[in-house]
Design a protein. Structure first.
Length: 262
């Protein structure tokens, strides 16, 4: 028969585990970085692990400088912000997305320094952060080597060029939705390569012909060189959209969206 001290210890451990689970502390990846990440990104806000936040990516990243992932939180109501971050990257935060008139989903490519959980957190109107993720293995080094256009010097001829295209359906929203894909030419230097300071796109927005913001994106160093993003709209979108933004050196980014959905 267990002693009174042993019983009390078991009860105390059960209480701690229950509290941790309720507060999102029971990380499904068992990541040692999770407590620091939770503090850094969410502070004292409520955090829950939620299967409705889906992050999809390759099991193994063959090119650690261009790792494709997609994020969807369509099962959640009233999503205000989506944050994408990587546990074991030297720079953890990848982007912050506000789907003002779009669906709570996006696609992107990012740099991966080593095998790591890749996560997305969606904040709903009630202030709760809903977290999902996937594990991506890699040979690594994506954040600490320079990109192709930096190596050959061609980035100076294309810097800030931007374009986009509308598609009449969306793999996320179905036939009644539409997809927008945009590309911005930029070296996206992390600042972790010797002699090359951090130089990256930090703000993007898409506006309609009346100047109304449809989406807002804050991007950071781990986004891949010449970034490509995909966004989904709940219905048909009229033409005449504009992509605008800046980089961390104050250079302006502007582009028209090609195509019109009838």
């Amino acid at each position: 028969m267990p002693s009174r001290r042993a019983v009390l210890s078991l009860l105390a451990a059960s209480v701690v585990c229950a509290a941790a689970h309720a507060d999102g502390g029971d990380d499904p990846f068992g990541s040692l970085q999770w407590p620091d990440l939770k503090r850094e990104f969410f502070g004292t806000a409520k955090v829950v692990f939620d299967e409705r936040v889906q992050v999809r990516g390759p099991a193994f990243a063959e090119d650690p400088m261009n790792v494709p992932i997609s994020v969807s939180a369509l099962g959640l109501p009233d999503v205000e912000t989506i944050v994408v971050f990587v546990d074991r990257n030297p720079i953890r935060k990848v982007l912050e997305y506000q789907p003002l008139a779009t669906l709570a989903s996006l696609g992107l490519r990012f740099k991966l320094e080593q095998a790591s959980p890749v996560r997305a957190a969606a904040r709903t109107k009630d202030g709760v952060w809903h977290v999902g993720g996937t594990q991506v293995d890699s040979s690594g080094g994506g954040c600490t080597v320079s990109g192709a256009t930096r190596k050959d010097g061609s980035w100076t001829q294309t810097l800030g060029q931007a374009r986009g295209k509308l598609f009449a359906s969306s793999p996320v929203g179905g036939e009644n939705a539409s997809r927008l894909r945009v590309m911005v030419m930029h070296p996206m230097d992390t600042g972790l390569v010797g002699g090359i300071p951090a130089f990256y796109v930090n703000r993007l927005a898409v506006r309609d012909e009346q100047g109304r913001e449809l989406l807002r994106l804050a991007t950071f160093e781990p986004v891949s060189e010449n970034p490509v993003f995909s966004f989904d709209f709940p219905g048909r979108v009229a033409g005449g959209l504009r992509l605008t933004g800046t980089d961390n050196n104050g250079n302006r980014i502007e582009g028209r969206i090609e195509g019109r959905i009838e």
